[in-house]
Design a protein around this ligand. Sequence first.
Ligand code: ZN
Length: 168
Amino acid sequence: MKGNIIMPSQSAQHLYYLGQKYPLYIEVDSEIKKIIIKWDGNAFTCTSPVEGEIDISKAIQSFYKKESRKLIEKRLKEYQSHFKVKYRSFKIDDSNTKWGSCSSERHLTFHWKLILFPIEAIDYVVVHELCHLIHMNHDRSFWRLVGKVYPNYNEAMSIIGAEKTRDI
Ligand SMILES: [Zn+2]
């Protein structure tokens, strides 16, 4: 790693993370076998084993998936205390239509792209799905419960976009 010069990449120069845009730097290290993505709180660094044009989208996506899994697990633990019914499991996926879902067997699913949004939006989706443990539809009692656990849900919904929110 020593001696590598960090240069801004030519294509994707920025990445979103928790609602903020951060610079992405590319460096080359011929001693590594596969692309490594690192996050230091201020910027992303992508270390590649080869020089030149490389497709880093898969590596970035797996970084985001790992991060969203860690974060959502924490937020679920935090909000689970408001609910008597417990979820059975959760997973991170890349469905095209939903930010989250809750099955009748109490398995929760969340989209990895949530990690691109501010924490308020992520918390809202987490609370939304936990509320489905009690109410499987979107009736008044469902929204009353969402509002009780997460009073600012309207604001969070507008961040994440009403279109997809309707499906969760
Ligand atoms: Zn829903």
